[in-house]
Design a protein around this ligand. Structure first.
Ligand SMILES: [Zn+2]
Length: 172
């Protein structure tokens, strides 16, 4: 059967699906944090790898990954067609995720990667406990190194926020 999409069209379609899938997971995570009184996070703070949630003070980031596109071992599936294309795409995604994690860790960030399936009713308590633990551990381990008042834009952020984002943040 012929492929109805060009490569470019297909990647656009995919980007749409991907962002939609991630958006729902992100909103679920946001609700979970709020419901449990966990504060101090920003969404989409401009940082290497574009983490979904950034706790700047504790230096903890959370990526919420859709099971499908990031190749969760339980739910990552390959579409029947264009196997090679999808396999390559999936491998690239996973490699990029790994590289980002490694680089952020080098810079003192604790990186949490949460699958969409971690936020189900049955599993989210465990996920929450992990987040809490990370925040506590990081708060403790950061204190003697950075102290108070030494968190500069330089040490906290890998990249300065683009003007549009900065403006939007200030406007809130
Ligand atoms: Zn999954």
């Amino acid at each position: 059967m012929p492929d109805v999409f060009t490569t470019e069209q297909r990647s656009l379609v995919m980007a749409g699906i991907r962002s939609k899938g991630n958006k729902e997971t992100e909103l679920r995570m946001m609700a979970l944090l709020k419901a449990n009184g966990i504060t101090g996070w920003r969404r989409h703070w401009p940082l290497l790898g574009k983490p979904d949630f950034v706790f700047r003070k504790e230096r903890v980031v959370i990526f919420v990954d859709g099971c499908f596109w990031h190749g969760c071992p339980q739910h990552g599936r390959r579409p029947g067609q264009n196997r090679e294309y999808w396999d390559a795409k999936m491998l690239r995604n996973k490699k990029r995720d790994r590289d980002v994690t490694r680089e952020l860790r080098k810079r003192g960030w604790k990186v949490l990667r949460v699958w969409a399936h971690d936020l189900t009713r049955a599993r989210r308590a465990r996920c929450l406990a992990k987040i809490r633990r990370s925040l506590e551990t990081q708060a403790t381990s950061n204190a003697p190194i950075l102290g108070f008042g030494h968190l500069t834009a330089d040490t906290v952020l890998a990249l300065p926020p683009p003007p549009s984002v900065r403006h939007a943040r200030l406007g809130r």
